[in-house]
Design a protein around this ligand. Structure first.
Ligand code: BDP
Length: 688
């Protein structure tokens, strides 16, 4: 029980459920076995059902009929699955036979239906009659791997890259297939294989051949391969003199490169580009806009049906009046200027994957441009793989946020599913937390974040609680005595991290480089907006970043009703208070406490929550297998020690800056400030 099987465990069911399942779905039939995707669906059912029912594959009983509406037997039933990827699961009677039909318009729909059925089976007893119709709300459901060609992973905490580039293309790994199965079980349909901080080498023939081999393995599971492209690749490969997007030689190079890639990977998805950001080159190096750059690449992939995902994560060295404003300032004026096979990829918040950020002001602000949401599944800023933080609550908070772009109800979910502005090209990307670790994600509970990302990309309206429940039922046991308290723990876990790291709208207080431990005192880095002191702005009088009109006026980037709410101290709410306001230490909060007292209470609350999780797991662990239970227990101990470290270091620092004493009865930090400032972690994982 090392976690390798993820949520696809298919363990034997209790006798009553096993016989009920065998009676209903004892055998699998299809008329399209020659299709590789249908074959994969059948193989999954044939792997799962006998294992759960305890019967051999030839056992008697009810029959599953799986396939597409193109097959005669399914067409005869008159089912109408929705769209390209949708499916129907229905009990029918045909020619006197009871059949459980799983059907899509395309093979991949049938595959998604098979996985959906297996999800239901693993969750508990099936309803007497199934009649399910589903289709994804979002078109591109993508993992972004920040995987380097040397197999290190930027911000990766689960071992090496899953892509064993050195051995490809000659040797593949069975893991690639299991990766594809896990993704397909969620409806994930694309993978960007390499880091957004890309190397030109990944576009050379040698590396294209490796990517093509991966694409061959993933293809039957409906997963397309994409590549991150380095803007200056043609120059660095010494094939053009410039990377100016308006230079015909540059456009011709990319056209030829796209042709070459599509010869090797006929269903190649397209390019992801990080340009003019954090030292990456881009069109602005030639005084061209992001749109001019994106459109040149879009023209190269257009003949093949490819797309370009252009990232809006930018901030420059010059004049960082407020880093939170820059993406909007650069991209908003470009609305309507992008080619129709370009989609702009926007992080959930304006700064950078912090434990809590208000939604990115670009959502709703570029009605003529398809925008896709980028979230970070890997926990760069939330305790790597050891802290338990279930991120669906964070992502749902953003998806539900109302941009008011077209009046009330203009949620981020409606922006990214295209319904608000009628866009057909829609997407959601998650920075993967997958690596070579046996348990894939570095910890068992981090598997839930991969799972939740996939489910939300399929349907952004699913709630964190239903996703957590599904995941826990499949991953551990459907026993409510285990599931209910585990789900409760997951739901409060991310707020706990916010509380012990960056409460009340604080952000970016992590130590330099590794982004793991606390570093609120850091203020001497070369660029102002690299420094925690730039973000919290604490001094004797108060703390927080004034983003109202009297400060950077970042609030003005939001639609009027949102801007008004954030700008007003009475309506902004405690969670975003210090993101938008500089507040005096002694000012009174809604709780009746002063700001300083409230901050102390939040840090304490965060630590207490983790102590609570430790206590709870001591009761829950024995209900599951020892191997996974023990790993979780030991990681919770790490989390507790580090929550205390965060709390103590932060209070030592903010106490010294503010000159405020800890309220009576509050435990003082274990060490003095100098002790915390001296802690160094040069060998923390994930930074390259
Ligand atoms: C930051 C990471 C950095 C990434 C960057 C990005 O620290 O490693 O390259 O995001 O998204 O959060 O490009």
């Amino acid at each position: 029980e090392d976690g390798y099987d993820l949520w696809l465990r298919y363990r034997p069911l209790p006798a009553d459920r096993a016989s009920a399942l065998a009676a209903r779905a004892g055998a699998v039939e299809t008329d399209e076995a020659s299709d590789p995707t249908i074959a994969a669906a059948v193989a999954e059912l044939q792997r799962a059902l006998p294992s759960m029912t305890g019967g051999g594959p030839e056992q008697q009983g009810g029959v599953i009929l799986i396939g597409t509406t193109r097959s005669r037997r399914i067409a005869a039933l008159g089912l109408e699955p929705a769209g390209e990827d949708g499916f129907i699961i229905r009990d029918v009677t045909a020619n006197g036979r009871r059949l459980l039909v799983i059907a899509g318009n395309r093979p991949v729909g049938a595959l998604y239906g098979a996985f959906h059925f297996l999800r239901l089976v693993q969750q508990g007893p099936l309803p007497a009659k199934l009649d399910i119709a589903e289709k994804p709300r979002v078109k591109l459901r993508l993992l972004n791997h920040w995987d380097n060609l040397d197999r290190t992973v930027e911000r990766g905490y689960s071992g090496q890259s899953i892509w064993d580039w050195w051995k490809l293309p000659t040797a593949t790994d069975p893991r690639y297939t299991d990766y594809a199965r896990a993704n397909a079980s969620l409806g994930i349909n694309g993978a960007v294989l390499n880091n957004v901080n890309a190397k030109p080498d990944s576009l050379t023939p040698q590396w294209i051949a490796k990517a093509a081999k991966v694409a061959d393995v993933l293809r039957p599971y409906g997963i397309r391969v994409y590549l991150s492209a380095r803007w200056s690749a043609p120059v660095e490969l010494k094939q053009t003199a410039t990377a100016d997007p308006l230079d015909p030689a540059v456009a011709a190079w990319w056209r030829a490169k796209a042709d070459e890639i599509y010869r090797a990977i006929p269903d190649f998805g397209g390019f992801l580009v990080k340009a003019n950001s954090e030292g990456q080159p881009g069109p602005q190096d030639y005084k061209r806009s992001h749109a001019e750059g994106a459109n040149m690449l879009a023209a190269a992939v257009r003949p093949h049906g490819g797309i370009v995902m252009w990232r809006a994560f930018v901030y420059s060295e010059v004049d960082p009046d407020d880093r939170a404003k820059q993406a909007y300032s650069e991209f908003k004026p470009l609305d309507g200027k992008f080619a129709d096979n370009v989609i702009v990829q926007v992080k959930n918040g304006a700064i950078d994957f912090q434990p809590r950020e208000p939604f990115h002001p670009l959502f709703g602000a570029m009605p003529k441009t398809p925008l896709m949401l980028e979230v970070q599944i890997t926990k760069e800023y939330l305790g790597f793989a050891t802290h338990l933080a279930y991120l669906a609550t964070m992502w749902a908070e953003v998806l539900e946020a109302d941009t008011f772009a077209r009046g009330k109800g203009s949620t981020v979910a409606k922006v990214i599913d295209g319904s608000l502005e009628g866009h057909a090209l829609t997407g959601m990307a998650g920075v993967a937390n997958i690596g070579s670790d046996r348990n894939w994600s570095g910890s068992i509970f981090d598997q839930a974040n991969w799972y939740a990302f996939g489910r939300l990309a399929w349907n952004p309206d699913l709630t964190p609680v239903e996703i957590a429940r599904e995941w826990a039922q499949q991953t551990f046991t459907p026993d409510p005595g285990f599931v209910d308290p585990t789900v409760a723990m997951m739901l409060e876990s991310r707020q706990a991290v916010v509380d012990y790291m960056t409460p009340m709208g604080l952000a970016h207080l992590m130590a330099t480089g590794h982004h793991y431990g606390p570093g609120p005192w850091v203020g001497d880095l070369a660029r102002p907006e690299w420094n925690p002191t730039y973000y919290h702005r604490a001094d004797k009088g108060g703390i927080g970043f004034d983003r109202t009109r009297s400060g950077s006026d970042a609030v003005a980037q939001y639609a009027r009703p949102v801007a008004r709410r954030f700008a007003d101290r009475r309506t902004v709410g405690d969670d975003f208070l210090l993101w938008f306001h500089h507040v005096g230490w002694d000012e009174r909060m809604a709780s009746g406490r002063t700001l300083w007292e409230e901050m102390v209470a939040r840090y304490d609350r965060g630590v207490a929550a983790v102590e609570g999780m430790n206590r709870r797991w001591a009761m829950l662990g024995p209900l599951i297998d020892k191997e996974r239970a023990d790993q979780i227990a030991s990681f919770l101990v790490i989390q507790k020690e580090e929550a205390i470290w965060w709390r103590d270091a932060s209070l030592a620092y903010f106490g010294s800056v503010s000159g405020r004493k800890l309220p009576a009865g509050v435990r003082p930090p274990a060490h003095d400030l100098q002790y915390y400032e001296a802690i160094r972690h040069p060998y923390a994982p994930g930074h390259h």
